[in-house]
Write a protein that binds this ligand. Structure first.
Ligand SMILES: NC(=O)c1ccc[n+]([C@@H]2O[C@H](COP(=O)([O-])OP(=O)(O)OC[C@H]3O[C@@H](n4cnc5c(N)ncnc54)[C@H](O)[C@@H]3O)[C@@H](O)[C@H]2O)c1
Ligand SMILES: O=C(O)C[C@H](O)C(=O)O
Ligand SMILES: [Mn+2]
Length: 552
């Protein structure tokens, strides 16, 4: 309990129904009297610790991930202090429920498990009125929005309005990992229809049953959304999430210089992949520019990762042409070559100069056996692409290959760590996007690192908001990657590429500092002193503890 009581105007049921104020059975006798809660609550008075212990027991007693997810989400919708206290005290166990992979299952079932509204669904039919939807004083404190249009939810494809689970889950990590106050966050789904026929034919589906808006109609809708939110909240941070490849990079390019915003699938993913790779390469006492990098899946994540690794090679002093030559990017047609039609802008930057065979490029097997990559990254969303023969080939040509099947959720991973380590006889340094159990190989037990953008975005957001950045630059993202790379246990004789998730709070602070100080160097924010920065962090921060309340 803090010393100065908080003044609260709500009373009775309205207070119990406000998740950021509700304490459930933790309201004291005096508070029950002052706020008209006697009788509305059972007699017992519990501490937060007791509530967390009870909630933890309840989670553990649930039979499966989906029911656990539903339970913890119901805590979030009834008592956010308790929800975050549970998350922070049991982060490693709770993250796979509120985030990947549990959130993937929740999105698949979102319409069926939907109970209580959270965030905003801005539908195509709201065109012309988006400003009205956000005008309410309920939204006065908003500083951070995650927006999706639900078209590429993890590797699960077009889930329409069901994709709302993702902004809700990711925002909860801004609090659980970076300590940002949840009262400033708003999850938004742009419900522009869905091309998922199964959803459109499901009577329970909560979204619009129209085909997706495309082309000019889509652009005009997003444009109205951006105009409305920048007018309402001029200092907002907008986090783009899980847009399909055809929209993700163009939207980022269109808006990144108009407002403080980043695309997590492109930029957050690139930063954590770069961090893990820089750490792995340094631990091998090699240079990034000596590596041969194969990326399978030339979409948002694949192109983002290639761009950032390319920048990191230039920073080592390598020429542009030498750096480009280190990359082999594959997509559905095989190895991407610049004679292929319909390459995206991101793919064109990494397409190889050789000729394809009538638009068909070399296979992944061919690239691995002839080019001898030292790093293999899977961001294709396709389970099973990394086969036994491919893995054996990787470890034949490289003593310690970095093999990163980063596709989410677990069911879409290119190969499991157990298989990769078995097939490479323990030689590979494996890292996945989803959480996996440790693997024992040759008598050695290896914890599997999670190269997931959740190492980056909480601290990136905290740092950008704390320094009042106007934009998120490539330099700020590189600073975040370097900051995480420097925390690598592998560089201090540990076994892992990345620090443990339990260290999320200090990782987020380290990333925030690196990002903000880089923004200051680039003059992308007002000048600040160390003390100013610390004060700004404190103003944004929140801890899940109960304050005493007094009525107005
Ligand atoms: N670990 C992380 O932090 C992280 C971050 C972002 C994305 N991801 C995962 O990466 C995957 C891709 O995400 P994205 O945003 O890049 O999606 P995307 O749709 O933009 O890109 C996926 C690309 O893979 C290609 N592809 C599909 N099948 C292929 C095949 N058989 N061979 C080669 N390429 C193939 C597609 O054509 C597409 O270009 C998803 O599963 C997502 O969950 C992980
Ligand atoms: O959501 C995640 O776990 C990471 C990433 O943003 C993804 O889309 O897979
Ligand atoms: Mn994502």
């Amino acid at each position: 309990m803090t010393s100065s009581p908080r003044t609260v105007s709500l009373k009775g049921q309205a207070l119990l129904d406000t998740p950021l104020l509700n304490k459930g059975t933790a309201f004291s006798h005096e508070e029950r009297t002052a706020f008209g809660l006697h009788g509305r609550l059972p007699a017992a008075i519990h501490s937060l610790d007791e509530q967390v212990a009870q909630a933890y027991e309840t989670v553990k007693a649930k039979p499966d991930t989906l029911s656990r997810h539903i339970y913890v989400r119901s805590l979030q919708d009834s008592n956010e202090t308790l929800f975050y206290a549970l998350l922070e005290r049991h982060l490693t166990e709770m993250m796979p429920l509120v985030y990947t992979p549990g959130v993937g299952q929740a999105c698949l079932e979102f319409s069926h498990i939907w109970q209580r509204p959270r965030g905003l669904f801005i539908a195509a039919e709201h065109k012309g009125h988006i400003a009205d939807l956000i005008a309410s004083p309920d939204y006065d404190k908003v500083k951070l929005i995650i927006v999706t249009d639900g078209e590429r939810i993890l590797g699960l494809g077009d889930l329409g309005a069901n994709g709302m689970g993702i902004p809700i889950g990711k925002l909860s990590l801004y609090t659980a990992c970076a300590g940002l106050n949840p009262d400033m966050m708003l999850p938004i789904t742009l419900d522009v229809g869905t091309n998922n026929e199964t959803l459109r034919n499901d009577p329970s589906y909560i979204g619009s049953r129209t085909p997706r808006l495309r082309g000019d109609a889509y652009s005009a809708f997003v444009d109205e959304f951006i105009t409305a939110i920048t007018a309402r909240w001029p200092h907002l941070l907008l986090h783009w999430e899980d847009f399909a490849g055809l929209n993700a990079a163009p939207l980022l390019a269109r808006y990144r210089n108009q407002l403080l915003s980043f695309n997590d699938d492109i930029q957050g993913t690139a930063a954590i992949a770069t961090a893990a790779i820089l750490a792995g390469v340094k631990a091998k006492k090699e240079r990034l520019s000596q590596q041969t990098i194969t990326i399978v899946g030339g979409g948002s994540a694949g192109c983002g990762i290639a761009d950032q690794l390319f920048q990191a090679m230039l920073a080592e002093g390598t020429s542009e042409s030498d750096a480009r030559a280190r990359f082999f990017m594959l997509d559905r047609p095989g190895l991407l070559t610049n004679d292929m039609p319909n390459l995206t802008e991101g793919q064109k930057r990494f397409a190889r100069p050789e000729a394809s065979r009538d638009g068909v490029g070399r296979t992944l097997e061919d690239v691995v056996t002839t080019e001898h990559p030292t790093i293999l990254i899977g961001v294709s969303g396709q389970a099973g692409l990394f086969t036994q023969s491919l893995m054996t080939s990787m470890s034949t040509h490289c003593q310690r290959p970095l093999i990163f099947p980063l596709s989410n959720p677990t069911s879409h991973v290119e190969a499991t760590p157990q298989d990769i380590l078995t097939w490479t006889n323990g030689q590979a340094i494996v890292s996945t996007g989803s959480p996996f159990a440790p693997v024992t190989i040759n008598g050695r037990t290896i914890a599997i690192d999670q190269t997931n953008n959740s190492y980056i975005f909480p601290g990136l957001g905290l740092g950008a908001l704390a320094c009042g950045a106007q934009r998120i630059s490539d330099g700020m993202l590189m600073a975040s990657a370097q900051a995480v790379a420097e925390l690598s246990p592998l560089l201090q004789d540990g076994d892992n590429l990345l620090p443990p998730l339990e260290d999320s709070a200090s990782i987020a602070r380290t990333v925030a500092r690196a990002v903000a100080y880089h923004a200051r160097d680039e003059k992308l924010c007002p000048d600040f002193t160390d003390e100013d920065f610390q004060n700004a962090l404190d103003r944004l921060s929140w801890t899940p503890t109960y304050q005493d309340y007094q009525p107005t």
